[in-house]
Design a protein around this ligand. Structure first.
Ligand code: DP6
Length: 362
């Protein structure tokens, strides 16, 4: 038996405040616009990946939440991440042998891998499972291969697994710069501000439903690219300005501006879905009720200050951003409007879950 090498890594979820929706290159996963997200703490939502490498493994295998995926050869995104990191490992091994005269370099690039990946939350329910999952895969690969590359470089590999995954490699506030090169060499994630820049910011995650969504992000966004006329307007005239204003709001810890852009961008993303032909519906009655409750909450205080901001990804679950002082009030509000009684039970997964998480990742 040869030695078995092993690494385990966990990765956080990120929730975009300026949404990525649309690819200009579906193979390399190059987006039609830049996006920006906040990385959540790993208390409630996290992916965990263990990779083993051994000269005795007969083939590379993958287990997702304990079940083996027996068709990984057809999984192009996974194969892209594997071949890219393997290529870098090979280069690194050659460099060690030649330039540094190390003669006992372990030929890990030639070994097959056993990859086990799991999420501690519902997969594909619009809770960014592919983001944390592929970020975790890319990061574990870079660790087991000991790749001497920066996090931003690594983000270009995670991006090829799932676009939003590139943002989960950083904590805090993260931009995915769309880039302009056809080879994707400048389409990467960069950290805008670190985890401790805005400690008062909190994220409340309302799990409205944990069932798998009807239209995947991947399929939905390409239907939007092919049929929506609103998308062009968003790409050219909306997102570039919003990216600038959002970065400024984050640097200045300006919750008013942060909340306004977050809600506007979530609304526009769902407007894009409706502008897609045939239309895509991700929000349900509970999602829309949450929008109404938060809007009412923001306009009912004497100074009309925004105290909370909702955002929804490709599913009905809400993420509410707020600052620490308002958390108890918002939890009471949600509990008041959405008690688990007979009338509302149909809408909720049982039990309705509200996670309160710091918006800080590692
Ligand atoms: C609505 O990253 O899941 O969450 O690149 O096809 O894997 P693929 O799509 P994915 O799309 C995420 C879309 C979104 C918005 C966002 O996270 O920016």
């Amino acid at each position: 038996m040869g030695t078995v090498y092993e690494k385990t890594v966990t990765s956080p979820v990120n929730i975009a405040v300026i949404k990525y929706w649309g690819k200009r290159d579906t193979n390399l996963i190059l987006p039609t616009n830049s996006s920006l997200s906040v990385t959540l703490s790993q208390d409630h939502l996290q992916s965990k990946t263990t990779i083993r490498a051994s000269p005795d493994f007969e083939k590379t295998r993958l287990w997702l939440n304990g079940v083996e995926d027996t068709a990984i050869e057809k999984n192009k995104r996974l194969q892209n991440c594997l071949s890219e990191t393997r290529r870098l490992r090979k280069e690194y091994e050659e460099r060690l042998r030649k330039d540094k005269n190390v003669d006992n370099v372990i030929p890990l690039s030639e070994y097959n891998l056993h990859i086990c990946s799991e999420n501690n939350f519902p997969t594909a329910a619009g809770l960014a499972s592919s983001a944390s999952g592929f970020a975790c895969l890319a990061y574990t690969l870079s660790q087991i291969y000991e790749l001497p590359i920066s996090t931003t470089e690594l983000s270009k590999i995670a991006r090829q697994g799932s676009g939003s995954a590139c943002r989960s490699l950083f904590g805090g506030f993260v931009a995915w710069e769309m880039g302009f090169q056809d080879d994707g060499s400048d389409s990467q994630a960069v950290q805008i501000a670190s985890q401790d820049h805005w400690p008062e910011l909190e994220a409340l995650i309302c799990v409205v439903s944990d069932t798998k969504k009807d239209t995947s992000s991947t399929e939905g966004m390409q239907n939007t690219v092919n049929t929506s006329t609103l998308l062009r307007h968003r790409i050219e005239h909306v997102v570039p300005l919003r990216m600038k204003s959002m970065i400024k709001a984050i640097h200045e810890r300006d919750f008013q501006k942060f909340a306004e852009i977050t809600m506007q961008d979530s609304n526009q993303f769902h407007a894009l879905c409706l502008d897609t032909y045939p239309p895509i519906f991700y929000l349900n009655d509970v999602s829309r009720a949450i929008i109404r409750v938060i809007t009412e909450y923001n306009s009912s205080n004497p100074e009309r200050k925004l105290k909370a901001a909702y955002t929804f990804d490709a599913g009905p679950n809400a993420v509410i951003y707020t600052t620490s002082e308002n958390v108890p009030e918002i939890i009471n509000l949600i509990a008041k409007y959405f008690p688990g009684n007979e009338n509302t039970r149909d809408y909720f997964s049982d039990p309705f879950q509200l996670f309160v998480g710091k918006t800080i990742g590692e």
